[in-house]
Design a protein around this ligand. Structure first.
Ligand SMILES: NC(=O)c1ccc[n+]([C@@H]2O[C@H](COP(=O)([O-])OP(=O)(O)OC[C@H]3O[C@@H](n4cnc5c(N)ncnc54)[C@H](OP(=O)(O)O)[C@@H]3O)[C@@H](O)[C@H]2O)c1
Length: 307
């Protein structure tokens, strides 16, 4: 039995609640973990709201929030390979375990061991923000020296993309509100404050010939405003807005498998995928952690330290 935080029905923050639940029993391809750290992501509140109910497989209520975590393996299903009881791991709770909890189940094919030297707090942010950054930049496949615009550089995925792109020796420009400037410039990103004036004009001043690639984390009107800055519309990769196809761009192609997790962990060890963790909350403070992300203007990654 352990404490968990989730929701008893779809709705706003008012439907959120703490409750006790028995330790989930791992299915054949799952591992039960004692959660150390859970990452907080926009998808968590979208699932709670019911807006993306097609993604949660009609699970019974109450549901536990959270889809990524690091922790220690307590038990494993009979088909699990390469992960043993006692291992420190990180990965996705894809089958509905929820990670804002003392214990949960992770999907073993979407879970990897944490390499020596990598902090569990960092590992907990790699499944969503870390591998998304890797996937978006892989999809662009730009050579060193190419230019990339990161629209929404100040959030969890944006700063990960920015750091990784700088590490690949791309010339990186990022947009965000004024509070994000320091974080962005600290990782080598040239920054445009989108509230301070015309973003397109500011971007053209920095990169007059247009960008070789754009990674968009904002979507909607903002995506439509910046998309024409790409030299080739196919090189507009949107992470959260699939309507990018209407502009000739492409939604990010995600790889959630263990190999990609292991790769992101190696990049993190090498300092090339260094998540900017701006807030660490205890589980009792999970409402504040999710509220920070739900307001839409998060800086870097917010995590919940459970253990
Ligand atoms: N497809 C996938 O697998 C996948 C994976 C991860 C994330 N996502 C999606 O990708 C999006 C970003 O995720 P995230 O975790 O990075 O979210 P996040 O941490 O909440 O960051 C979003 C950032 O966008 C900034 N922003 C908002 N309006 C902006 C504008 N007009 N121009 C520039 N920046 C703006 C926000 O702060 P400021 O406005 O203060 O700068 C914030 O820093 C979300 O929609 C999420 O659901 C999808």
């Amino acid at each position: 039995m352990g404490q968990a935080w989730g929701f008893g029905r779809y709705g706003g923050p008012e439907v959120q609640e703490f409750f006790d639940r028995p330790d989930p029993v791992p299915a054949r391809d799952e591992v039960l973990i004692r959660v150390d750290v859970a990452g907080v992501n926009p998808l968590d509140h979208l699932l709670r709201s019911g807006l993306v109910s097609g993604l949660d497989g009609g699970r019974p209520f109450p549901r536990v929030l959270g889809m990524e975590a690091s922790g220690t393996v307590l038990a494993r299903g009979e088909d699990v390979d390469g992960i043993e009881v006692g291992d420190a791991v990180f990965g996705f709770a894809l089958t509905g375990g929820g990670t804002y909890a003392e214990t949960t189940v992770l999907s073993a094919p979407n879970t990897a061991r944490i390499p020596a030297g990598l902090a569990t707090t960092v590992a907990a942010t790699l499944p969503v923000a870390g591998t998304t950054a890797v996937d978006a930049l892989d999809q662009l496949g730009l050579p060193a020296g190419a230019t990339v615009l990161v629209n929404g550089v100040g959030g969890g995925v944006g700063l990960a993309v920015g750091r990784l792109a700088v590490g690949r020796r791309l010339r990186v420009v990022g947009t965000g509100s004024a509070a994000k400037r320091e974080h962005a410039e600290a990782i080598g990103v040239r920054f445009i404050d989108y509230a301070a004036g015309d973003v397109v004009a500011a971007a053209r001043e920095l990169v007059p010939d247009g960008f070789d690639g754009i990674v968009d984390l904002v979507g909607g009107t903002s995506l439509r405003t910046v998309a024409p800055l790409a030299r080739d519309p196919r090189n507009v990769i949107a992470v959260g807005d699939s309507s990018v196809s209407e502009l000739g761009g492409r939604p990010v192609e995600r790889r959630l498998d263990r190999e990609n997790l292991e790769r992101s962990a190696r990049l993190a060890l090498d300092g090339l995928l260094a998540p900017v963790i701006t807030a660490v909350h205890p589980l009792s403070d999970a409402p504040a952690a999710l509220a920070t992300v739900e307001n839409g203007h998060t800086s870097g990654k917010v995590v919940i330290k459970v253990t």
